[in-house]
Design a protein around this ligand. Structure first.
Ligand SMILES: C[S@@+](CC[C@H](N)C(=O)[O-])C[C@H]1O[C@@H](n2cnc3c(N)ncnc32)[C@H](O)[C@@H]1O
Length: 400
């Protein structure tokens, strides 16, 4: 059947209407005239499959990745980069509009929208190494990933020789192309460190949470601050966008201010804020990340920060301190009710909310909206060509 794609849903799937019933068609973009086949019919919607592009949208480009449409990752690779940014801006603005909140986001482009990722995780099933197909546990085998850094792609070839039958492999790198390999597998592995070292700048290999070779951490430098990052510590996957977000943090902190950084990881936002603020406290649940953060303060000669190892919800209720600014950068699930209620009791002048999920962001902002209004809103293209969006929202206390 022939249809015109009207828009994209929040997961980057094309939407058309068949007898007024919404129909989702992956791998299509607005204004494509396409032939589709209905694959599943539900009460309120259909799912369809692209059969043929009859007249392509002006926004359409040829995806560079050979695994596009098979791999569930970069669903927007068939769209002009600038148009993917427009889509993300519109998507977040609409999510807020549906919640009766108005935003006008400033969009921060990714300078390198291919080969930008410093970390990927690959599934291994029956010796097949790759990503999951969308909505499935079948593997799309890959030789390289277009959004991963070149040094990671070189490493994929070496992983293939390690005789992993089933497991999970995470490859991390820094801007100097140093590589850390993290393997979880019960198999008897065949790892020839010397031959790996001939091909990549191998820093370490961790197998089943135990150090197998070298170091179990990497160093990265963003905006002049050095970060030690343990194999299990979180770090932003896109160093260019991370540096832009750190700039925003710095711009929004004043001297003499006290800052609470909840979900502080290896201390990135805390240390960035500390270059301006009077005092910063970070809260983080992963032990190695807190140890990294303490170490990072030391090596950067920063002595106005402290870090607490605890669950944010537990730690925040015990703090009993006033802060001028609160930074939050939670996982996708967003903030807990206790964290929100306690921030409201602290009543900072501003909350800087860094979020990787606009749905939980808007939910939390609504819960804060009796005391706070949105002052600035940024969308940073951390995850180019995927439908994911990183947002930074500056909320200021409503004194009226
Ligand atoms: C999105 S990351 C942000 C880290 C850091 N702000 C950065 O930019 O690198 C979220 C962090 O929250 C931590 N985390 C997850 N759940 C937590 C909890 N319940 N309490 C405290 N920290 C938590 C994770 O370990 C991770 O380091």
């Amino acid at each position: 059947m022939e249809v015109k794609i009207e828009k994209l849903d929040d997961f980057g799937r094309g939407i058309c209407y068949i007898d007024n019933k919404v129909t989702f068609v992956p791998n299509t973009i607005p204004n494509d005239l396409v032939e589709i086949k209905i694959t599943k019919e539900f009460k309120n919607y259909n799912e369809g499959k692209l059969i043929n592009i009859l007249i392509p949208s002006k926004k359409r480009i040829e995806p560079k990745c050979p695994y596009f449409s098979k791999c569930g990752g970069c669903v927007l690779q068939n769209m002009n980069y600038k148009d993917t940014l427009e889509y993300k801006k519109e998507k977040v603005t609409n999510i807020f509009k549906k919640n009766k909140l108005e935003i006008n986001p400033i969009v921060i482009e990714n300078a390198n929208y291919y080969n930008y990722r410093n970390k990927i995780s690959l599934k291994v099933i029956d010796k097949k190494i790759g990503y999951y197909e969308p909505k499935s546990h079948s593997i799309v085998e890959i030789d390289s990933c277009l959004v991963a850094s070149n040094s990671i792609n070189k490493t994929i070839q070496l992983i293939k020789k390690m005789n992993i039958i089933n497991g999970l492999v995470t490859i991390r790198c820094n801007k100097n192309d140093e590589i850390l390999i993290i393997i979880n597998s019960k198999d008897k592995l065949n790892i020839d460190v010397d031959s790996i070292k001939e091909k990549i700048k191998l820093v370490g290999i961790v197998i089943n949470n135990k150090l197998f070779y070298g170091e179990d951490f990497l160093y990265e430098n963003i905006n002049g601050i050095f970060y030690k990052i343990s194999y299990d510590s979180f770090f932003q996957v896109n160093p260019y966008i991370a540096s832009k977000i750190f700039d925003i943090i710095k711009e929004n902190i004043n001297s003499n201010e006290t800052v609470l950084d909840i979900y502080s990881g290896v201390g990135t936002l805390s240390l960035t804020a500390s270059t301006v603020a009077k005092k910063v406290i970070g809260i983080e649940i992963v032990e190695n990340a807190v140890l990294n953060a303490i170490h990072n303060a030391k090596i950067n000669k920063i002595n106005n920060v402290g870090f607490l190892l605890n669950d944010a919800t537990k730690a925040i209720t015990k703090l009993n301190l006033f802060f001028d600014k609160v930074i939050v950068d939670p996982p996708r699930a967003g903030l807990t009710k206790t964290v929100i209620d306690t921030i409201k009791k602290i009543k900072p002048k501003e909350i800087i909310y860094v979020s990787c999920d606009p749905q939980t962001l808007v939910r939390d902002i609504k819960l804060l909206s009796d005391l706070y209004i949105i002052n600035k809103f940024y969308i940073a293209d951390m995850f180019s060509f995927s439908y994911h969006v990183e947002s930074v929202c500056i909320l200021k206390i409503n004194n009226i």
